[in-house]
Write a protein that binds this ligand. Structure first.
Ligand code: 3HC
Ligand code: NAI
Length: 696
């Protein structure tokens, strides 16, 4: 008897109950159990089979942990065919999330019922594959080509009532999945309903699949699986038979299963779940989180307050003056109305938040009862220390005192208080109510339950929280400064900012580095360059001044209408600013550089290798615990293409020995910048990869 598929007889009905927590994934044992259950029901002379899931869900899909390993019998496509071919009446009762292979099992059943809260989807493209157990063949027959294209190429989860309208479900009914299923089967049997295999339904009429393919390919920004899925749906319409369409689906599925993008996307799936699980926090209770304080209501403070308010947490925001407090309130109100417009917040909730849950103050006394205070004032050590001295004086015992600093030394900030154990960095990204990344920066004295509280807050705010150590720029900004420097070097040596931006967006980045600088404000980089020059650049370090000239002319990027690009209000994106290339040429002349030609491949390679090398240092020094932590920072904070999984997954896929040899080669021309990270050398010497450190 299967451990994971329960078998029970209720009169003429054989009931197969999945018991494979947490999500009833269709691993080998589950597939075996389902097959055995169907065979037993037939052998015992049952008239019908009901399939449902115990616990929180119907099957949420194939077992992703089996991907990339040798497949084990029975294969899911064959199992689905077997279920569909059963002479008994097969009915599935759905609740929770019926996803991927789960929905494919449901589509192989002859009838489908679901509770209203159930969600249905074929999200395989998000894992770099496509539905491989008949989903691309059965769904278009049941719901039509357009609905199938939408569901399969976006991976969208469809609410049960919508699925009912689409024809994917036959009935939606409130109740216990087992009971509503049993009632439905009894009703079908009583009515003499016949089996209804989807494979016998006529193939839908074809559409212009080439146009659909091109449109989906373009939308995927380099991700292939959604476009390949279009070809599988095409086969549902155009293949000679259902079996021929299935064979085509299989072929395309296997191609994607072998692709690097599948590896990258599955790495992203597991890493985003592993990233906030820290062994040292096991069993540590976070502190209470009922009342949040925010200091400073500028870009970041207002965004952080919005994020907390949207998560249902009351916020008290302290500014320097009444005027500044009003401006902060306006910023928060604008953020919240954006959420209303996007359908993320109801008008009532919006009014309640602004009327009752947001308090503004100019006096730190207002923070006396706060459980956690996040400081987001100017990036200046003296100002931050004053703020923390104040907080130390007013905040209650046990309050967590957090800073949103981008670069400053949190150990030094903590020492401004008499309770450094309560101090931590919570580094949000702009706009803080939109960006998913939260770096939780653990200082020397941060208490474990303070760290746990940071992660609890991140979860509450639906952020991807990553633990970071203290250094200049923590994980993300430190790595950014390395690959950004590499881009500047390539500009000096002959590439244009526009060529670099194009090469990197073609690679899959949401934006190129120069467009990003324009968005963030060129004054930030200018201040950093001045700071670094004042501290003294390392021997042999390269420097460039063309961006300084832009800033001196008052061009700070999007906010001033001009930077690397020129912007016209109301228009998205910009066009190259003609002032930039002459400034670069002047810089090259001043430095005696003869420009050379860069290919897009070389641009991407150098940029990525610079990123990987600095990331290896960040992991080697323990600033990031594991390579996957770096990967999640770049994915969620820096627009890194998800289908590569992150820079260190990309590095593993390229092969670390080649990366190291590129660094050694390039160090002949610039020994200061291209110094191999010790961890990279170590891994290559031992024949290991970054993944080996994720699982260690
Ligand atoms: N296989 C293996 N493990 C899975 C899994 C799956 N399909 N889906 C979820 N899990 C694991 C998670 O890794 C996590 O493990 P952990 O506790 O050790 O970290 C645990 O189940 C719980 O998952 P979540 O934390 O994500 O729980 P949520 O409640 O937030 O979300 C979910 C549940 C919506 C089902 C979400 O997990 C999800 O989206 N899962 C993936 C669904 C999917 O992509 N299915 C298609 C698979 S591919 C396929 O079916 C191919 C077929 O066409 C041949
Ligand atoms: P900002 O200049 O927009 O806002 C700072 C706000 O703090 C101003 O409204 C100011 O009135 C207020 N303020 C200053 N001193 C104060 C005090 N003593 N008490 C109360 N309010 C005070 O700055 P921004 O961009 O919001 O940055 C804030 C912090 O967040 C900085 O440490 C910055 O490095 C960090 N940060 C900024 C990011 C960004 O993209 N802008 C991203 C991540 C972190």
């Amino acid at each position: 008897m299967s451990q994971v598929i329960g078998y029970e007889r209720v009169g003429d009905i054989a009931v197969l109950a999945a018991q494979n927590p947490p999500v009833n994934a269709l691993g080998m044992d589950v597939r075996r159990g389902l097959l055995a259950g169907i065979e037993r029901a037939e052998a015992e002379g049952a008239r019908a089979v009901l399939i449902y899931g115990q616990g929180r869900t119907y099957f949420a899909g194939a077992d992703i942990r089996e991907f990339g390993k040798p497949p084990q019998d029975p294969f899911l496509p064959a199992l689905c065919d077997r279920i569909e071919a059963s002479p008994l009446l097969v009915v599935s009762s759905l609740h929770g999330t019926a996803l991927g292979g789960g929905l494919e099992v449901a589509l192989s059943s002859h009838y489908r019922i679901a509770v209203p809260s159930a969600k249905l989807g074929l999200p395989e493209v998000n894992l770099g594959i496509l539905p491989g157990a008949g989903g691309t063949q059965r769904l278009p027959r049941v719901a039509g080509v357009q609905a199938a294209l939408d569901m399969i190429t976006t991976g969208r989860h469809i609410p049960a009532p919508e699925a009912l309208e689409m024809g994917v479900l036959d009935r939606v009914q409130d109740g216990d999945p087992r009971q509503i299923g049993l009632d439905y089967v009894a009703e079908l049997l009583a009515a003499g309903a016949s089996r209804r295999p989807v494979c016998d339904m006529p193939a839908p009429a074809p559409i212009d699949f080439d146009a659909a393919y091109e449109a989906v390919l373009k939308k995927g920004r380099g991700q292939l699986s959604p476009a390949v899925a279009v070809r599988a749906i095409q086969a549902a319409c155009e293949a000679e038979s259902f079996a021929a369409g299935q064979a085509r689906e299989r072929e395309l599925f296997m191609d994607l299963m072998a692709s690097d993008q599948r590896k990258g996307l599955i790495h992203a799936f597991f890493s985003e779940r592993a990233v906030s699980k820290l062994p040292e926090l096991a069993g540590i209770e976070p502190r209470a989180l009922q009342q949040i304080g925010v200091i400073g209501g500028g870009t970041m403070g207002a965004g952080i307050a919005t994020s907390a308010l949207l998560a249902g947490l009351p916020v008290t925001l302290v500014e320097m003056s009444q005027d500044a407090a009003h401006t902060a309130r306006d910023r928060i109100a604008a953020n919240l109305s954006g959420a209303v417009k996007r359908g993320k917040l109801s008008q009532n909730a919006h009014d309640d938040i602004l009327g009752n849950r947001l308090a503004l103050a100019t006096d730190y006394d207002a923070l006396r009862s706060a459980d956690l205070v996040i400081e987001a004032v100017f990036e200046d050590m003296e100002v931050k220390k004053q703020v923390f001295t104040h907080l130390d004086a007013v905040c209650k015992d046990g309050a967590v005192l957090a800073t949103n600093t981008s670069y400053l030394d949190i150990n030094e900030i903590a020492q401004a208080t008499g309770r450094p154990g309560d101090v931590i960095g919570l580094h949000f990204f702009s706009p803080a109510h939109v960006m998913k990344l939260l770096e939780i920066v653990v200082a020397d004295d941060s208490a474990p339950d303070v760290v746990a509280t940071g992660f609890a807050l991140g979860k509450r705010l639906r952020k991807v929280s990553v633990r970071a150590g203290v250094c200049d720029g923590f994980i993300g900004n430190r790595i950014l400064s390395a690959y950004r420097a590499c881009a500047d070097h390539m500009v000096l040596d002959g590439a244009s900012p526009y060529q670099i931006d194009k090469a990197l967006t073609d690679f899959g980045f949401a934006m190129g580095p120069f467009a990003v600088s324009d968005l963030a404000g060129l004054d930030i980089g200018w201040a950093t360059r001045k700071r670094k020059r004042a501290a003294g650049l390392p021997e042999g370090a390269r420097d460039s001044t063309y961006a300084d000239r832009l800033c001196e002319a008052g061009h700070f990027g999007q906010k001033t209408g001009k930077g690397y690009y020129s912007y016209t209000s109301g228009q998205r994106g910009g066009v190259p600013n003609p002032e930039v290339i002459p400034l670069i040429e002047a810089d090259r002349v001043a430095q005696g550089i003869t420009p050379r030609v860069f290919s897009e491949d070389e641009i991407v390679r150098r940029y990525m290798v610079a990123m990987v090398n600095e990331a290896a240092r960040v992991v080697g020094e323990g600033i990031a615990r594991r390579p996957l932590d770096v990967d999640m920072v770049l994915l969620y904070g820096y627009g890194f293409p998800r289908f590569w999984g992150g820079p260190l997954k990309w590095a593993d896929i390229q092969g670390l020995p080649d990366i190291l040899s590129d660094i050694r080669e390039w160090s002949k021309e610039d020994a200061c910048f291209w110094q191999p990270a010790p961890l990279l050398e170590e891994l290559v010497a031992e024949g290991r990869d970054f993944e080996s450190l994720n699982t260690a």
